[in-house]
Design a binder for this molecule. Structure first.
Ligand code: NDP
Length: 320
C-alpha cells in the first residue's frame, strides 16, 4: 500500500510517499481501508521533533473508512462497517489499524470526508467544553483561531450551551467564517485582555481555551476573571516556556490545566459518548464540519505547509 513515511525530524519535506506492507490487525483491532485521513497539528509536532517519536514512522491517528478485517476477539464490529477514529495507528496510509474500542460507527447522512474530518478536532472541542471545564449557560468564553478546525467546532458547540463566545482570527475572511459559526465577538490579535475586560464590564472571561500557546499565553492569563480557568490545549505558535506558578496566584487564584485528547478517551464508553453525540449533530445538520481542503495522500507535504503557515481554515483532509 501507499503511505506517508517520515525517516527523520524536519519540515514538510520529510514526508515521503512510499510503498509499505499493509498492517495486520492484532487481537482487539480492526483493519480499515482508508477513505480519508484528517490532518492535525499533532502530526506537525511529531514530524518536526517537537514531540518525541521514534523514526522511521508513519504518522497520523485520525481516519475514516470501511472495516476490511477483524483481529481476534473483535465482536462489536463487522467487515464492511463505516467507521471513524481519532486514535488509529499510522493513518497517513491506504490502510490502517485501530483498536475496536476506539472506533465510532459513522451514521448515514455523514459523508466520508466529514467522517475523516470530525473525530479528532470534534472530540477535542467536546472534551474541552464538557470535561476540562464544563461550560454553563451564560459563561463568557475566550478562545482563539475561530476559523480553524477546532475553533469552528468549538464555537458552534459553545453556542449550543448558551455561552458568550469571544474568539480571534487573523484575516477578514477568517473573521467572517468565525462569525458565521456563531461567535459573538471576533477580535484581531491586539489587546485581547483589554477588549475582553470591556466586553465583560471589567470582570474577565470564565474560561480561556488556548490552542495558540507561546504568543497568547500571557494575554490568556490577563483575560480571566478571578478563579477563572485557563485550559492550554496546544501550541500553534510554539510551546509555552516554563512558567512561574506564582503568576496564577497574582492573576486572581486561577486554575490551570494542560490536557490532551487521549486522557479524555479512556475507554469504549467515553469514545462512544463523544463520538455519537458529534456524529448525530452532523447527521441532523446541527453541526457544520467545514472542509478547508482535500489533498491527495501523496500531497501531505502541501497540507502540512498550509496548516503551519496559517493558510488553512476548517479541516484539511488527505484522500488516498
Ligand atoms: P487550526 O486550524 O486552528 O490552525 C491553527 C490556527 O492558529 C491558524 O490557522 C491561525 O489562525 C492560528 N495561529 C495563531 N498564531 C499562529 C502561529 N504563530 N502559527 C500558526 N498558526 C497560528 O488548527 P487545529 O484546529 O488543528 O488545532 C488548533 C490547536 O489545537 C493546535 O494547537 C493543536 O495542537 C491543538 N489540539 C490539541 C489537542 C489536545 O487534545 N490537546 C487535540 C487537537 C488539537 P489565525 O490565522 O486566524 O490566527
Amino acid at each position: 500500500m501507499k503511505a506517508i513515511h517520515v525517516s527523520q525530524a524536519g519540515g514538510p519535506e520529510v514526508l515521503e510517499y512510499v510503498d509499505v506492507p499493509e498492517p495486520t490487525p492484532a487481537p482487539g483491532q480492526v483493519l480499515i481501508e482508508t477513505v480519508g485521513t484528517g490532518v492535525n497539528f499533532i502530526e506537525t509536532y511529531e514530524r518536526s521533533g517537537v514531540y518525541n517519536i521514534s523514526y522511521p514512522a508513519i504518522v497520523g491517528t485520525e481516519g475514516a473508512g470501511r472495516v476490511v478485517a477483524l483481529g481476534d476477539g473483535v465482536k462489536n464490529l463487522a467487515v464492511g462497517a463505516r467507521v471513524a477514529t481519532a486514535q488509529g495507528v499510522s493513518t497517513y496510509a491506504e490502510y490502517f489499524v485501530a483498536d475496536a474500542a476506539h472506533v465510532v460507527a459513522v451514521p448515514d447522512g455523514v459523508s466520508d470526508v466529514e467522517a475523516a474530518a470530525l473525530p479528532l478536532q470534534g472530540m477535542t472541542a467536546h472534551y474541552l467544553i464538557n470535561s476540562s471545564y464544563p461550560v454553563k449557560e451564560g459563561d463568557v468564553v475566550l478562545t482563539y483561531a475561530g476559523a480553524g478546525g477546532v475553533g469552528l467546532l468549538l464555537t458552534q458547540l459553545l453556542k449550543m450551551k448558551g455561552a458568550t463566545v469571544i474568539t480571534t482570527a487573523s484575516t477578514p475572511e477568517k473573521r467572517e467564517l468565525a462569525k458565521g459559526a456563531g461567535a459573538d465577538y471576533v477580535l484581531e490579535y491586539d489587546d485581547i485582555p483589554g477588549t475582553v475586560r470591556e466586553i465583560t464590564n471589567g470582570r474577565g472571561a470564565d474560561v480561556v481555551y488556548d490552542g495558540i500557546g507561546k504568543d497568547t499565553f500571557d494575554g490568556s492569563l490577563a483575560s480571566l476573571r478571578r478563579r477563572g480557568m485557563l485550559v492550554l490545549f496546544g501550541g500553534a505558535s510554539g510551546q509555552v516556556p516554563p512558567v512561574n506558578l506564582q503568576r496564577f496566584n497574582a492573576a486572581g487564584s486561577l486554575f490551570f490545566t494542560r490536557p490532551t485528547l487521549k486522557d479524555y478517551l479512556l475507554d469504549a464508553e467515553e469514545v462512544a459518548w463523544r463520538g455519537h453525540e458529534l456524529f448525530s449533530l452532523v447527521a441532523s445538520g446541527k453541526l457544520d464540519v467545514r472542509i478547508g481542503g482535500q489533498y491527495p495522500l501523496s500531497d501531505a507535504k502541501k497540507a502540512h505547509h498550509d496548516l503551519e503557515s496559517r493558510g488553512a481554515t476548517g479541516k484539511l483532509v488527505l484522500v488516498p
